[in-house]
Structures are given as C-alpha cells and as structure tokens.
Design a protein around this ligand. Sequence first.
Ligand code: MEV
Length: 321
Amino acid sequence: MTEVLSTASAPGKAILLGEHAVVYGKPAIAIPVSELRVEVVIESFKCPAGDIWIDSPVIRMYKCVNDLPYENPLRMAVDLTLNACGHPDIPGLMIRINSALPIGGGMGSGAAVSCALIRALSDFVCPNTFTLETINGLVFDVEKIHHGNPSGVDNTVITYEKPIFFRRGESLESIQVKQPVNLVLADTGINSATSSMVAGVRKRFDQDTVRYNQIFTEIENLVAKSREALEQGNTPLLAEAMNENHRLLQQIEVSSFALDRLVKTARNSGADAAKLIGAGGGGNMIALCNPDTEKVVCQALNNAGAVRVFAFTLNSNKDSE
Ligand code: MEV
C-alpha cells in the first residue's frame, strides 16, 4: 500500500510591471496567483531505498530521478534538497506533480514546480528545517539552470506568496494593496522559453545600449508610480502605467502578434489596461478590469481565441501583516 508522506503546493505568479527591465537591476512588481497552483505529493514507493521516482502527467514524465541528466531542473531540485537536508537515509519515494499552470506561459510554472517539490520533499526528509529564505535560495539555484540569468523575481514572489516590489540583489519589499484589483489572465496558447526571450533582449541591449537603458529607466518610473497606485488604490494611475509598460515591452520586441491582439481585445472590450506578462513571445497577458467590465472582457478574450481565460482578484492586504 502506498502511503502519502507529505504534500505541498506553490502558486503561479504574474508580473504586473517591470519584466525584463528587472534583469538589468530595475525594480518590478509581481503578484502571486494563488488560485492556480502546482501540487506535489510524496508517497512511499516500492523501489530500492534511496530511489526517487517522478510522476508528472503535465510534462509527460514517469522516471527515476537517477535516470535524469544532472542539469534537469527536477533532478536539481531533488539533489539540492537532499544535500541541504544532509543526505539522510530515505525509503523509495514517488513524487507526484500536478500543475494548473501553463508551461512556458509567463506564469512561473518552473519556479512553482521547484518550490512545491522542495517544500514537500524537505517536509518529509528534514521537517521544520527549511525557512522561506532557504527555499527561495534553492528555487533560485534551479532557476539559474533554466534561465541562465534570472533576476530572482519569479522564485521570490512564488516562495513568499505575496505582492512584492522586487529589485535584483535587494531584499524584497511587500506591497500593501489598498483596494481589491480585478484582473483577467488570457493565454495565447503559444509556449515561449524565458531563456531565449531574455537572451534576445540581451543581444539587442548590447547593440543599442543607450536606447535600452532609456527604456528600462522609463519602466522603472512606471513601477514606482504603480507601487504608489496600488498602495493608494489609484486604479487610473495603475492602468496608465500598465498600458505604457506594454508599449515599452513592444519596443524591446518581446510582444507578439497574438499577445498584441489579446491586449487590444481586452482594452476595446472595456479593460482599463492590458499588457503581456513575463518573458513574452507568447504565454499570457493580463487585463486590469473592474467588477462591471470583467465578464465582458473575459467573453471578448474567449471569442478572440485565448486558450484559457482566468479572472481573479488581487485582494487588499493593507495592514494584514
Ligand atoms: C520572467 O518571468 C521575468 C523576466 O523578467 C526574467 C527574469 O526576471 O528573470 C523576463
């Protein structure tokens, strides 16, 4: 009989403003999407002691970890966790991974899988030893393999699961959201690898550094305005900044026909703002709505061919900490 030994989960994320610029030391605002999660269950498994199997239907994987290459992100998450736990003796284990997050969809699926896996495995192997900081550091180490030069924003917002103002190399700052914010995500259905999008921006940055630095400074100003807007409940200011951020993301060539089409659809159907989220090239966009416009915007995005439309609310957390 299999026995469930531990379970853990991690949320998806959306970058409200500042993606790409954040790789260059500018700040970004990121929020968790707690309704869309990765769930990990660790079970006992009839295999030699110390062996760990992975069953993940979303990535069509059913394999023993030892048969994966060392740099495979799942193997890395397992190895780093066991290492940090001091390699105690363990029985044969099965790690089951289920995810409601699109892969390559700009919602941090890779970081969320690592985070949930590291949590579940460490809870079983060395309970109560990992702090959030430890988990965040390990997820970041795995991210470095996925993405080459990640800023750290994805692992941080996913591990701490709260709205953050994030700047590379600095400790995170929580954002006190004054009023609920109605948001809609729509997926183009096109997968896009963060690593190649980030590498593309780097190439263009190297060719046109002055202009790219100007754009990143403009994004920095928008991020500062948006933080204020969220903390004061100023939706028009937030909307203006998000729309402007999308325009700047178009300038650095990370938007796409499909993303622009959904962004336009959302704005034309009543959203206050819309922009791509994450690395771009495909994946998801986000629309800023209100309770009166949300349904119509969702309908319009569905009609425009989005493969998934998901409405959620960024709740007020003012004075909740
Ligand atoms: C990806 O979710 C966000 C990027 O800014 C990359 C990064 O911050 O590492 C595109």
